[in-house]
Design a protein around this ligand. Structure first.
Ligand code: NDP
Ligand code: ZN
Length: 357
């Protein structure tokens, strides 16, 4: 079978591989809709998680089940499914402690395009199908559905981890597709004022639709000063970080008021210099004593998470298809879509590739 792979750091290409084999509790799935992620860009062009050779990329997919193992109960060939980006081993110790995305070590639940071939192949393997697949609801568009495996799950996690209370003031740093879902998540959790920080016009439009009350351009002045001025010097109750380089942590802590949470879902891929240490501002962090928490998280995966996100969409809480700014048709267009994600033109939020209508 054919797949779009990371050949080595900085290089992608189409390769031929054996079709994966199916374990007794697993499934083999054919893609129905795919989306490249900024994380693929960090992985390939920044070498953020180290080198990989001929590893098929991609972790955002809807699919059609092609084969299931003999112990799989709830899925059969032909079923249309949502495939979570993160597919944990649910029996592990980390999962039982409540951190399934970290099974088998930090980020261990992230298998696709990290520790095994991803979803950008003509077929891909899903471990523990009954736990790591969800049925795609009838009537959900592919453009909306393909945002669930990672964009909604991660952006909403940013808002969940930020412990947003009713009426809280929230800043979302970065309004690519992840941050936009952070904005939508903040509104759903009852935020009052929501600052959205970013400049791409398409994203600014959708940020307003998803609930941003104030748009801040980090290119038109210091973000912290703009937000402190707008809040009368108080700062914000919660910050969701979904973009920027290492210094974004400095901004976040400097605009966060005592008692706040800085919730990071950003993937710090590059710009680290030789030290590989992220900066924390000593004064802005209250010399380490100002009750400003920093929380991190990897996208939650698994079936229940996907079913709940699907409910959010099916019951009209949010329309993720608004983020699908570039729609390609056909598996062969995948490379173009991934390169677009790397280039980030001003009218881009998220490219998606549809393999069926
Ligand atoms: P995008 O590149 O599409 O968006 C990044 C956003 O950050 C843009 O709005 C950009 O603004 C903004 N930005 C850049 N620099 C700054 C700055 N200095 N201050 C404030 N905002 C800034 O990324 P995605 O939305 O696709 O992904 C966001 C991050 O989340 C990535 O690092 C990605 O790898 C990571 N990720 C993490 C996951 C997890 O499980 N934790 C899962 C999926 C993704 P502009 O409008 O100017 O472009
Ligand atoms: Zn992703």
């Amino acid at each position: 079978m054919k797949g779009l792979a990371m050949l080595k750091i900085g290089e992608i290409g189409w390769i031929e591989k054996e079709r994966p084999t199916c374990g007794s509790r697993d499934a083999i799935v054919k893609p129905l809709a795919l989306a490249p992620c900024t994380s693929d860009v960090h992985t390939v062009w920044e070498g953020a998680i180290g080198d990989r050779h001929n590893l098929i990329l991609g972790h955002e997919a809807l699919g059609i089940v092609d084969e299931v193992g003999n112990e799989v109960r709830d899925f059969k060939p032909g079923d249309r499914v949502i495939v979570p980006a993160i597919t944990p081993d649910w029996e592990t110790e980390a999962a039982q402690r409540g951190f399934p995305s970290q099974t088998g070590g930090p980020l261990g639940g992230w298998k696709f395009s990290n520790s095994k071939d991803g979803v950008f192949g003509e077929f891909f393997h899903v471990n523990l199908a009954d736990h790591n697949l969800a049925h795609l609801p009838d009537g959900m568009s592919l453009e909306a559905g393909v945002m669930l495996p990672d964009m909604l799950s991660t952006g909403f996690l940013g808002a969940e981890n930020a412990k947003i209370g009713i009426g809280s003031t929230v800043a979302v740093l970065g309004i690519g597709p992840v941050g936009l879902c952070g904005v939508a998540g903040a509104r759903l959790r009852g935020a009052g004022r929501i600052f959205a920080v970013g400049t791409r016009p398409a994203a600014v439009r959708v940020a307003k639709e998803y609930g941003a009350t104030d748009i801040i351009s980090y290119k038109d002045g210091n973000t912290v000063e703009q937000i402190l001025e707008a809040t009368g010097g108080a700062g914000v109750d919660a910050v969701i970080i979904a973009g920027g380089g290492p210094d974004i942590l400095v901004d976040a802590l400097n605009m966060a008021r005592p008692g706040s949470v800085v919730s990071n879902v950003n993937y710090f891929g590059s710009g680290m210099g030789e030290s590989d240490i992220l900066p924390i501002p000593r004064v802005g962090w209250g010399f380490g004593m100002a009750d400003k928490s920093i929380v991190t998280g990897l996208c939650p995966g698994g079936r229940v998470r996907m079913e709940r996100l699907a409910d959010m969409v099916m019951y009209g809480r949010m329309d993720p298809s608004r983020m699908a700014t570039h729609v390609f048709r056909g598996f062969d267009r995948l490379e173009e879509a991934l390169l677009l994600m790397k280039e980030k033109p001003r009218d881009l939020i998220k490219p998606v590739v549809l393999l069926a209508s």
